[in-house]
Design a protein around this ligand. Structure first.
Ligand code: HEM
Ligand SMILES: *[C@@H]1O[C@H](CO)[C@@H](O)[C@H](O)[C@H]1NC(C)=O
Ligand SMILES: *[C@@H]1O[C@H](CO)[C@@H](O)[C@H](O)[C@H]1NC(C)=O
Length: 338
């Protein structure tokens, strides 16, 4: 069991050091050993709570992974997303991409509670989320990696950042590229991270337009496989049903694998923003689109190549603007500033 994992880890390291991937371009203040002395039980606490949560509901792994993305894209990975609204304080939870959508905060609270009772006031909520996201991937049979740690928690949130930085499912390819570029993420990172949609669910409202009114003329999206189109119309009717769920990976929604990319090749991406990675017809990004198509073809064929790229991209995303100075704090409760 341990051997294949170690083997692919070794392959990843070889690939990383021999390419100009962004990991080496952003020297990080974060380290994998940050809590080794101060909270040696940390990683096993996170893993145990995550294991229980995912055993209870496989989708929770997807929900936690998404929380990490939505946190990191707004002010960096600083747990700003976890803050509740309060008197005189506006958080990120009620904004567009998050409202009625993000979930899993109770699991983070549960981890934080156990970590606090073992190592009081030591471990940030931002680091807990970064570990929980890694364990989420591992628990659904995805790759593992050493999570870099040492982030502190923000005392601020940014509702406008949540509105502006997180891409919409109706995004065109150039819009997706712009949103990832604004975070310092490459085309390769973007495409690999989109592979997170190999797990989890989306509400009908996020892809309905593709089924009934793709370009505003009562038409269907021509880049969706017709069999999938017919199936989705059953679970996502023209009127009502906006909260009905469909799997983002129609093949294996509870396994972290590379079938997301194979789906794109056969026009079976769920969101417009998924399929557009493979099927964009924008002339302005034609050369980039061709490069992305090649990545998709490679990863659809080679799961371990995808795992390497995904791991590298998660580390890079986890390095977005970490707080390591006195502007941050170690929150006692992830929902509240101290
Ligand atoms: C490329 C741009 C992206 C767009 C436009 C996008 C959009 C969405 C949307 C609309 C949903 C469904 C939400 C709902 O119905 O409430 C979703 C779910 C999800 N997203 Fe993304 N996403 C993107 C990138 C990412 C990235 C980078 C990650 C993580 C690395 C990620 C992880 C997930 C996961 C795991 C789910 C399922 C969550 C669950 O089942 O609770 N997404 N995404
Ligand atoms: C389809 O989209 C167009 C343009 O956005 C809009 O005017 C029209 O009302 C929509 N039709 C339906 C049935 O939603
Ligand atoms: C480009 O793609 C969009 C979205 O799928 C579609 O509505 C449009 O008709 C396409 N345009 C061309 C020229 O193929």
């Amino acid at each position: 069991m341990a051997f294949p994992q170690l083997f692919s880890l070794a392959l990843c390291i070889l690939m990383l050091t021999s390419s100009t991937t962004s990991v080496s371009e952003y020297p990080s203040e974060l380290t994998a050993t940050f809590y080794d002395e101060t909270c040696p039980a940390l990683q096993s606490i996170v893993r145990d709570v995550m294991t229980q949560a995912v055993q209870k509901e496989a989708r929770m792994a997807a929900s936690i992974l998404r929380l990490f993305f939505h946190d990191c894209f707004v002010q960096g990975c600083d747990a700003s997303l976890l803050l509740d609204d309060a008197m005189g304080f506006q958080g990120e939870k009620p904004t567009g991409a998050n409202l009625n959508s993000v979930r899993g905060f109770d699991v983070i609270d549960n981890i934080k509670g156990q970590v606090e009772s073992t190592c009081k006031g030591i471990v940030s909520c931002a680091d807990i989320l970064s570990l929980a996201a890694r364990d989420a991937v591992v628990l659904l049979n995805g790759p593992t990696w050493a999570v870099l740690l040492g982030r502190r928690d923000s005392r601020t949130a940014s509702p406008s950042g949540a509105t502006n930085n997180i891409p919409s499912p109706a995004s065109t390819l150039s819009q997706l590229i712009a949103k990832f570029q604004a975070q310092g993420l490459s085309i390769t990172d973007m495409t690999a991270l989109a592979g997170a949609h190999t797990i989890g669910q989306a509400r009908c409202t996020t892809f309905k337009q593709r089924l009934y009114n793709a370009s505003g003329a009562g038409d269907q999206d021509p880049t969706m496989d017709t069999t999938l189109m017919a199936q989705l119309k059953q679970s996502c009717p023209a009127n009502g049903g906006d909260n009905n769920l469909s799997p983002l990976d129609v093949s294996t929604p509870s396994t972290f694998d590379n079938l997301y990319f194979a789906n794109l090749q056969s026009e079976r991406g769920l969101l417009f923003s998924d399929q557009v990675l493979f099927s964009s017809n924008e002339t302005s990004t034609a050369a980039t689109a061709a490069a992305i198509q090649r990545l998709i073809a490679t990863w659809a064929f080679d799961k371990s190549a995808f795992f390497c790229a995904f791991t590298a991209a998660m580390i890079t995303m986890g390095n977005i603007n970490p707080i390591t100075d006195s502007s941050g704090e170690i929150r006692i409760n992830c929902r509240l500033r101290n």
